[in-house]
Structures are given as structure tokens and as C-alpha cells.
Design a protein around this ligand. Structure first.
Ligand code: ATP
Ligand code: MEV
Length: 443
């Protein structure tokens, strides 16, 4: 079993697609992928993604292996793929034609593209069962998290990655993370068209990063923010579904229609992100009552949201949440992720009164919004191998057990890091992420 976190973009979404900086941190909400290998005689490849109602099988031998391995098309696990190949995408389309709806098809296409690139016609068939505690299409990186899980699981299965172990050399760990991230980016391209790569980078490495990609033919610049503070954040979901690809396309259209104005909005977002990075990276940073640092970060959140509204990626429901929170005066609010619905984050002021929070909770749930409790800056991609319950090592986590886990809590209780624990007998992570405070390239 493998697992990867969702993420929160604290500053810089959308601008990051256009070469500007963004700050993002890993969430404690995660996605889990169980791989069940079948006997050699089985030829069927099955995806079981119950969160979106996808249950589909393909005969491995009937997949378009020849086209994917043709000269000029074949890619290896150590290659970097910067864009999708249209001819290969056209080969995949008929394989998902009878899967209903764009949401299910996007996940199936991402899986097949990665499987045909990284897998083999002769590898034993498997069932891939996925459960996620990340709300889908809500701005919290659900697609990046599944892309990281697929990239990791397939490379582990093909033997091109090693399960992390204590003492794994730092350069080997970084190389493996780079390969996971590269192929997760390919999955992201299948799902949302024109990703910046920030979401899969955070889902791969965890913690918090300053991310910038000025030239898509070059690697992104990723700075690990080792001192990312425990910011008091409130996360609220509008439950308004939307697709990231459409929101990103809307900003591209605005840029074509009003290039100068749109570019100045994106430049301002870039400056906001860099200023926030400067404040957070100051060794004297304090989030204590009376400190101006929190106020400045809050103001930057508010300005960032205003610019996202101008880019046209807010939604009346996001504005309603902001209105309800602004009336209480408890903090500063912005949308997070692609917008158009999805989630908002609020940076809370110190010493907010509990009764004010309770009152706000009631109002939010009365209007159908959902609040999440979560922490930021956790681990990136992890492996649980063998996938067994630790309290009784004989008990293997079967597909049926995994599918029967009841909701988010059921999944976390059965397979979560808290339930099974970390270390050699539990979840293992590629810990040596980016050298602390340094800039690191991921291609
Ligand atoms: N649990 C899941 N099971 C299967 N597919 C999923 C799951 N979670 C996400 N997906 C895939 O990811 C897509 C959602 O990705 P999208 O990029 O639109 O939103 P997001 O990643 O949640 O938000 P953002 O990109 O703003 O952070 C879905 O359409 C689906 O294809
Ligand atoms: C909207 C966007 O900036 C963030 C989505 O989480 C898109 C991307 O960076 O790929």
C-alpha cells in the first residue's frame, strides 16, 4: 500500500501556472492505494476507485503496448516527460470510452498512461484499490495525491524504486523522490491539462515549499521551508464541485483577452508570495499575540484573495464564506487551490473566543458548508509493505477490508499513519527530502 497527502496552497495559486511563485504545504488528509497482485495466469487489470464509483477492468494483452513502445514513443522510468503525447492519448481514449463522465475518465486515463509507460505486458495483473480522505475537486490536491500514489505504486511494482529504509543514502532518496514526482506530474497532466507541478511536488515530498517554474522545459525551483510555522488555519469547503482544468483555462483566456492587466495581477500575486516567504523565513518570526508577523501574513492572504477574485476564479459560495467570517473579525480569508468553488482558508487571529467559533460553525453548517480539522506540513509519499495490521502482524489488509472501511474515519483507523505507526514495521517515508533551506531541482 502507498499513500500521499493532499495540500493547501497558502499563497500563489494560478499565478504559479504562469511562472510566479507559490507557497504550499502538505495536509494531514491523504489518499491510500492498495495493490493486490494476481496469479500469473490472470490477464485482467482492475481499477477499483469507489470514491468516484469507478470499477473497471482491461485485458492487459489488449492494451496498445506496441504504440507505447515504438521508437520515439518509449519512455523509461528515469526519463522526464514534459508534455503528453497526443498519439498516445488517442490510443487511450477508446479504452475509457464506456466509462461514464469526465471525473471517472480522467482517473482512468492517468492510470493507463502511467501503466503503459511504466508497466509491462508480461508483469502479473493486479487490482488497484484506492480510497481517499481528501475531498475531490475541492482545491486540496486530490488529483496530485492520486497521481503520486499511482507513480509510486507502479515504480515499486516494476522494481525501479526501493522501499525506503533507515540509512538509505540521501542522494538515492532524492533520486527516487525525483522519479516519483516526475511521473506524478504526468498523471497530473492527464487529469488537469496544464499543471504547474506544485501540487504533485508537495504530495511527493510533504512539508512545505516555495515553488516556482519559469520555463516548462526546465526543472522547477523548489525551496524547502523547514521552519514553516504551525499557522492557525480554518479550512472550509463550499462543496461546490469544479474542475481545476477549467479554472486554469479561464485564467488563460483572461490573459489572452487582457494581457497587460492580467499580467500585472499575476505579478502582484508573485510579490505577495515572496513577501510572505520573507516574513516566514525570518528566524525572528512569531505567531504569538501582539506580533505583527501574523497580521502581515493575514493582510497578504486578504490581498491575494482580492486578486484571485479579479482573475475570475472565486465563486459566490466562497464570497459567502468570506462574508460570514469577515463579520466575526476572527481572521483573514482566501480561496485555496483552483477556486470556482472548493475550499477557503482563514488565518486565525490569536485568542479567538470559542463562542465566536461555535457560532460561526453553526452558521457555516446551516448553509451547507463543511469545516475540516487538519494539520499542515506532514509527511509526503509513504509505503506500507507488507500491508498488514500491526497490532496483529498476521492480519493482511485485504481488498474487502479496505473497501469496507467506513468513511474517512474508517480509512484512517484501518490504514492511517496514526493507526499503523511509522518506522520499519509501519509506514515508511522517503525522509531525506530537499536539503533544508536550499534550492533543489526536481528534474
Ligand atoms: N479519490 C479519488 N478517486 C479517484 N479519482 C480521484 C480521487 N480524487 C481525485 N480524483 C481525480 O482527480 C480529479 C480532481 O482533480 P482536480 O485537479 O480537478 O481537483 P483537486 O486536485 O481536488 O483540486 P486542486 O487541483 O485545486 O487542488 C477528479 O476528477 C478525479 O479524476
Ligand atoms: C490552480 C493551480 O495553481 C493550483 C491547483 O491546486 C493549478 C496548478 O498549479 O497546477
Amino acid at each position: 500500500m502507498v499513500s500521499a497527502p493532499g495540500k493547501v496552497i497558502v499563497y500563489g495559486e494560478h499565478a504559479v501556472v504562469h511562472g510566479k511563485a507559490a507557497i504550499a504545504a502538505a495536509l494531514s488528509l491523504r489518499c491510500y492505494l492498495l495493490v493486490t497482485p494476481l496469479p500469473k495466469t490472470a490477464h485482467k487489470l482492475t481499477l477499483r476507485f469507489p470514491d468516484i464509483g469507478l470499477d473497471h477492468s482491461w485485458d492487459i494483452e489488449l492494451l496498445p503496448w506496441d504504440t507505447f513502445s515504438a521508437p520515439g514513443k518509449k519512455k523509461y522510468y528515469f526519463d522526464t516527460v514534459e508534455r503528453l503525447d497526443n498519439q498516445l492519448m488517442n490510443e487511450i481514449k477508446p479504452l475509457v470510452a464506456d466509462i461514464p463522465g469526465k471525473v471517472l475518465q480522467a482517473s482512468a486515463v492517468a492510470f493507463l498512461y502511467l501503466y503503459l509507460m511504466l508497466g509491462s505486458k508480461y508483469a502479473p495483473a493486479s487490482i488497484y484499490t484506492l480510497r481517499s480522505t481528501i475531498p475531490i475537486g475541492a482545491g486540496l490536491g486530490s488529483s496530485a495525491s492520486i497521481s503520486v500514489c499511482l507513480s509510486t505504486a507502479l515504480q515499486l511494482q516494476m522494481g525501479t524504486l526501493a522501499t525506503p529504509f533507515n540509512g538509505m543514502m540521501s542522494n538515492e532518496t532524492q533520486l527516487q523522490l525525483k522519479r516519483i514526482n516526475n511521473w506524478a506530474f504526468v498523471g497530473e497532466m492527464c487529469i488537469h491539462g496544464n499543471p504547474s507541478g506544485v501540487d504533485n511536488t508537495v504530495a511527493t515530498g510533504g512539508k512545505a515549499v516555495l515553488f516556482k517554474r519559469t520555463d516548462y522545459s526546465l526543472p522547477p525551483q523548489v525551496t524547502h521551508m523547514s521552519n514553516f510555522p504551525e499557522l492557525p488555519l480554518l479550512l472550509v469547503n463550499t462543496k461546490q464541485p469544479r474542475r481545476t482544468s477549467e479554472q486554469v483555462a479561464n485564467v488563460h483566456s483572461l490573459l489572452s483577452a487582457h494581457p497587460e492587466i492580467t499580467n500585472s495581477l499575476l505579478d502582484s500575486i508573485d510579490r505577495i508570495t515572496l513577501d510572505a516567504h520573507r516574513i516566514i523565513s525570518n528566524p525572528e518570526f512569531s505567531a504569538q499575540p501582539g506580533s505583527m508577523d501574523l497580521v502581515q501574513l493575514g493582510e497578504l492572504i486578504r490581498i491575494n484573495h482580492g486578486l484571485l477574485v479579479s482573475l475570475g476564479v472565486s465563486h459566490p459560495k466562497l464570497e459567502r464564506i468570506r462574508e460570514l467570517i469577515d463579520y466575526t473579525g476572527i481572521g483573514w480569508t482566501k480561496l485555496t487551490g483552483a477556486g470556482g468553488g472548493g475550499c477557503s482558508i482563514t488565518l486565525l487571529k490569536p485568542n479567538v473566543k470559542q463562542n465566536v467559533l461555535d457560532d460561526l460553525d453553526t452558521k457555516l453548517s446551516k448553509e451547507g458548508f463543511e469545516k475540516y480539522k487538519t494539520t499542515l506540513g506532514g509527511d509526503g509519499v509513504g509505503v506500507l509493505w507488507p500491508a498488514v495490521i500491526r497490532a496483529d502482524k498476521e492480519v493482511e489488509i485485504t481488498q474487502n477490508m479496505f473497501l469496507a472501511a467506513d468513511g474517512v474515519e474508517g480509512v484512517e483507523d484501518l490504514v492511517g499513519v496514526g493507526a499503523i505507526g511509522k518506522g520499519n514495521q509501519g509506514w515508511r517515508f522517503w525522509r531525506e527530502w530537499i536539503p533544508v533551506g536550499s534550492e533543489f531541482t526536481l528534474h
